[in-house]
Design a protein around this ligand. Structure first.
Ligand code: OSB
Ligand code: MG
Length: 369
């Protein structure tokens, strides 16, 4: 296919509720959306970078810079076999996986629309229904958190993830477990601890938590392996894993027993599938992480979650948990029993509402062959 047009836009959307993690609060999202065209068919992708360099070094603005100044000029006018060729073309650009992943996702949507098949089938997925969990930000009080959990369970969600940080951990998890003895519960620290805190995690071993997500430094694997040896609860890596090679190394040294795969963090569908395959072969289950995406990123996450080793509920949830109005139609819907059903439409499975997208756009940049 000939890449005849690349259209980038930044959209601004306000989350219905502020989202707090160990590194800060987000409410106003600035999201880069990429559209590619072969002259007749189009595809959409989303850059998952945040507004500030806190989850990752990448931001909305660094992604815009890398895409406009380095990635788009290398891709525009190229004749490629398919999305698998993309990684080789952008290989010389080090890092910036979220910027790379936004355009890569658009190429997969385009390719699956060209072939008139659903993206999840093109990726080789088999799960028509995906189980959904929720990620709940840090709350003003434990009572507030218990109420939020109650509401999410009532909405059908199958797994509750709470964010923890020093000062909001052992006591919180103890109370949540006491209030909800049966639920699937996990904790995400977003790198807020060091190995010197191993005792806190040993204490939390008592609460039957499914996993501790990224407890230690965002680039670490060695200390995570040491922590995993000292605790019974599985460690799950998020921030530390950027590639299938990272996953192979983490598994081989025992740094984790579960991996969270995020499309942007690993640079797109091709690498996400490679991480998935390494984990499957190593007996490590995976789940799909979320980055407070608009419907476009959400649609890609749903397609990715169809791969067989996505055996744990992910952080992929309904449009209405985040947005008063989403950019796609239909919005992402979750059934009363906490499942999302794959679309049978070609491509990412959802139609982009172009007039609405236009109404939330604050800047655009066009590349023509
Ligand atoms: O660590 O999983 C994370 C949101 C922003 C940055 C990092 C993370 C998250 C979430 C939110 O947990 C998941 C979602 O999109 O609902
Ligand atoms: Mg995480």
């Amino acid at each position: 296919m000939l890449i005849s047009r690349i259209e980038m836009r930044e959209i601004r959307m306000r989350l219905l509720h502020p989202f707090e993690t160990s590194f800060g609060v987000t409410q106003d999202r600035r999201i880069v959306i990429v559209r590619v065209s072969d002259g007749s068919v189009e595809g959409y992708g989303e850059v998952t970078a945040g507004e500030g360099p806190f989850y990752s070094h990448e931001t909305t603005d660094t992604a815009w810079h890398i895409l406009t100044d380095f990635i788009a000029p290398r891709i525009i006018g190229k004749e490629i076999e398919g999305p698998e060729d993309y990684a080789g073309i952008v290989e010389a650009i080090r890092g910036h996986d979220m910027a790379k992943g936004g355009l890569e996702a658009a190429l997969w949507d385009l390719e699956s629309r060209r072939r008139k098949v659903p993206l999840w089938k093109l990726l080789g997925g088999s799960r028509e229904q995906i189980p959904c969990g929720v990620s709940i930000g840090i709350q003003p009080s434990i009572d507030h958190l218990l109420q939020v959990i109650q509401n999410e369970l009532a909405a059908g969600y199958r797994r509750i993830k709470i964010k923890i940080k020093p000062g909001w951990d052992v006591d919180v998890v103890r109370e949540v477990r006491a209030a909800f003895p049966q639920i699937l519960l996990m904790c995400d620290a977003n790198s807020a601890y060091t190995l010197a805190d191993a005792d806190r995690f040993r204490q939390m071993d008592a609460f039957d938590v499914m996993m501790f997500e990224q407890p230690l430094h965002y680039e670490d694997m060695i200390d995570h392996a040491a922590l995993q040896r000292q605790i019974a609860t599985p460690v799950c890596l998020d921030e530390s894993i950027h590639s299938a090679e990272d996953a192979r190394k983490a598994i081989s040294i025992g740094a984790c027993r579960i991996i969270n795969i995020k499309l942007g963090r690993v640079g797109g569908h091709r690498e996400a599938r490679a991480v998935h395959d390494v984990c499957r072969d190593g007996g490590v289950p995976v789940w799909c992480g979320g980055m407070l995406e608009s419907g476009i990123g959400r649609a890609h996450n749903i397609a990715l979650s169809s791969l067989e080793n996505f055996s744990l509920p992910g952080d992929v949830t309904a449009s209405r948990r985040y947005w008063a109005e989403d950019v796609i139609d239909p919005p992402v819907l979750v059934s009363p029993d906490g499942m999302i059903t794959q679309s049978s439409e070609p491509g990412m499975g959802y139609r982009v509402k172009e007039p609405f997208l236009e109404s939330v756009t604050v800047r655009t940049r066009m590349f023509d062959a």
